[in-house]
Design a binder for this molecule. Structure first.
Ligand SMILES: *Cc1c(COP(=O)(O)O)cnc(C)c1O
Length: 361
């Protein structure tokens, strides 16, 4: 069996030990005589799985008790609608910071449903930076302020959150989820699809401050999109994405074994430093994200020559470095170095980059 170094932006690499464990439990989950895919979501065995997953997630993120956790379907994209449906219930207004493709999509979705306003954008420079959060003119009447905390495609991350006063901050954290500690109490809502850093596609985790679950939603919000009844039903208004939640639970335990989020952060910083230090030491490659806004998770870079970029991607693949091609909207290369990418993988990438530079300069 040969595992490659998989730099995919998502669905992405998972810890090998998690996959092995899941394989071992495939036919008979702990004496139940069936796989987790085959059991009732109302069974004692599955109840144990989802409750333990939530408890471990609460532990990892130190989630305050006045926050609800939901494991839902539909990906982060469905929550682009879920957020305005459930939160645009006061003034009906919301402020969006557009720092990349994902926040732009979320903004457009919200604008379909209500009075969404773009308060800052970095589209003028191909989303290569995070708008200055100290220069925002936020609407104190807005129902929420929205950010995408790590823009997966452009490789930028907020290193400082906007001060939104009494207005709840909503963050899409899909591509930086559990990569380092975060202060949950600073947010009204944190949500993310899990296929970047936590598990298989098909699960989105929504963490929401209880006072925002007012039992109100905008007109014609489908039942399944209403957060309060979903939270009260422990994510089981309908069948939850059972198998995906089971894998997420295993990844939470794996993160705990790595020293929790403090431990994860140290490892992630070491991996990112290895790659960025090399990128900064050469003129052959350019890292495209603004230095002060760099992501620990997604590292886009280019040679400046599209043909050379294509050659890089092709030869990298032959060297066991997979999914290194940049997003189609940016081109070049992108290394996604999520939690489960071992430092050996990043070292192998840097070694390859060095050799490619020497051969093509
Ligand atoms: C991948 C991604 C999404 C979209 O996730 P889906 O599960 O495909 O809906 C949204 N936001 C961010 C930041 C992402 O990285």
């Amino acid at each position: 069996m040969a595992r490659v170094y998989n730099f995919s932006a998502g669905p992405a690499v998972l810890p090998e030990s998690v996959l092995s464990e899941a394989a071992a439990e495939m036919l008979d989950y702990r004496g139940t005589g069936m796989s987790v895919m085959e059991m009732s979501h109302r069974s004692a065995a599955f109840k144990g799985i989802i409750e333990e997953a939530e408890a471990d997630l609460r532990d990892l993120l130190d989630i305050p008790s006045n926050y609800k956790v939901m494991f839902l379907q539909g990906g982060a994209t469905l929550q682009f609608a879920g957020v305005p449906m459930n939160l645009m219930t006061g003034s009906g207004k919301a402020d969006y910071i557009v720092s990349g493709s994902w926040s732009k999509k979320a903004f457009k979705e919200a604008a379909l449903l209500g009075n969404a306003r773009c308060v800052a954008s970095s589209e003028d420079a191909t989303f290569s930076y995070i708008p200055n959060v100290d220069e925002l003119e936020l609407d104190p009447e807005a129902d929420y302020v929205y950010i995408c905390e790590n823009e997966t495609i452009y490789g930028t991350k907020y290193h400082k959150l906007p001060d939104t006063g009494d207005v709840p901050l909503v963050a899409d954290v899909s591509s930086c989820f559990l990569s380092e500690p975060m202060d949950v109490s600073k947010y009204g809502v944190i949500y993310g699809g899990v296929q970047k850093n936590i598990g298989p596609a098909g699960v989105v985790i929504v963490i929401v401050r209880e006072e925002l679950l007012k039992g109100e939603w905008i007109e014609n919000t489908p039942t399944i999109m209403r957060w309060k009844p979903m939270a009260e039903a422990d994510s089981m208004v309908n069948t939850p994405p059972c198998y995906g939640i089971y894998i997420c639970g295993k990844v939470f335990k794996w993160i705990k074994s790595q020293g929790g989020l403090e431990g994860m952060k140290k490892i992630n910083e070491a991996k990112a430093a290895l790659l960025y230090d090399y990128l900064d030491s050469t003129d052959f490659y350019t890292a495209t994200a603004a230095k002060g806004d760099r992501s620990l998770m997604n590292v886009p870079f280019v040679t400046g020559d599209a043909e050379l970029d294509a050659k890089f991607v092709k030869e990298a693949k032959a060297a066991g470095i997979e999914n290194i091609k940049g997003h189609r909207s940016v081109g070049g290369m992108r290394a996604s170095i999520y939690n489960a990418m071992p430092i050996e993988g990043v070292q192998a990438l840097v070694d390859f980059m060095r050799a490619f530079e020497a051969a093509n300069k």
